[in-house]
Write a protein that binds this ligand. Structure first.
Ligand SMILES: Nc1ncnc2c1ncn2[C@@H]1O[C@H](COP(=O)(O)OP(=O)(O)OP(=O)(O)O)[C@@H](O)[C@H]1O
Ligand SMILES: [Mg+2]
Length: 262
């Protein structure tokens, strides 16, 4: 059984169709990337899955349950964890407290004491490499560290599916490579499914995802194994605005590791 199933999901903003009849299945333990140009509907789809918006049409099924109209805060206890495109920490609270909040509102909600939540927090702070910052105010972290803290908080929810929005936006190539390795490690160690919205950073998508869904103008353009999806002529055209030689594109994405929008 699919862990997450989207059936013909449509989300409109006034006359604009931000997500257009998207169907998608994600299996337990799968690592899938969702990419697409600016405004193609990635974040909106993400928000429909996490319950920030309800779709006008279609269904969202998680772990066998219809959650299409379930409020966002009731999704986390079912095992749907998320990060935000722009991390929103409680700035004056410590890193440890911020991460512990994840444990208190995730699948372990009502099952853990405050002390246990703090212990869980320590485990994930260690995992993301922020041990030295545990007691610092979250507001003092660098943007990359905030991103890592955000991931630790989402992991402390002990999700079955982790949704990551733009986990690598604004990072330099070295940080991106580290993050890619890190996300793969999380997937293996935590045995969870991960959906990562990866913006235009083709290098990251290529190195990270097993499967990729490419969105364009709200709709699903391609859903295939990563290499097949990223070399699909329709995808190349959407990204470059014109068709190009497949081998040229391939070397741009894989060998040089250049971002496609450079
Ligand atoms: N709250 C909103 N109200 C009105 N229109 C919106 C809203 N959120 C998104 N949109 C519109 O919906 C479309 C899809 O936007 P969305 O943010 O989902 O795209 P995206 O693929 O995440 O883009 P980006 O790569 O820039 O993050 C865009 O045309 C956007 O302007
Ligand atoms: Mg977005």
């Amino acid at each position: 059984m699919a862990l997450l199933k989207l059936e013909n999901v449509t989300k409109r903003f006034g006359g604009l169709v931000a997500v257009d009849k998207v169907s998608l299945e994600i299996q337990p333990g799968e690592l899938i990337g969702i990419v697409g140009p600016n405004g193609s509907g990635k974040t909106t789809l993400f928000n429909v899955i996490s319950g920030v918006y309800y779709p006008e049409a279609g269904r969202v099924i998680f772990d066998g349950k219809d959650i299409t109209r379930l409020p966002a805060h009731k999704r986390a206890p079912l095992g749907l964890g998320r990060t935000f495109q722009i991390p929103r920490p409680f700035s004056s609270a410590s890193v440890r407290e911020n991460v512990a909040i994840g444990a208190m509102f995730g699948t372990l909600a009502d099952k853990v004491t405050v002390d246990e939540s703090l212990e869980i927090a320590d485990r994930y702070i260690d995992m993301v490499g922020l041990k030295a910052h545990t007691d610092k105010a979250a507001g003092t972290l660098t943007p990359v560290e905030k991103k890592l803290m955000e991931i630790a908080r989402a992991l402390a929810m002990r999700p079955k599916l982790l949704l990551m929005d733009e986990a690598m936006a604004g990072m330099n190539p070295k940080d991106i490579d580290d993050m890619v390795q890190f996300i793969k490690r999380i997937k293996e160690e935590e045995k969870i499914a991960i959906v990562s919205m990866v913006e235009h950073i083709m290098r990251a998508v290529a190195g990270l995802a097993e499967r990729v869904m490419v969105m364009n103008q709200g709709a699903k353009l391609v859903d295939a194994k990563t290499e097949e999806a990223l070399t699909d002529p329709r995808v190349v055209e959407v990204y470059l605005g014109h068709p190009t030689d497949a081998s040229k594109w391939r070397s741009q994405v894989w060998k040089n590791g250049k971002d496609s929008d450079e």
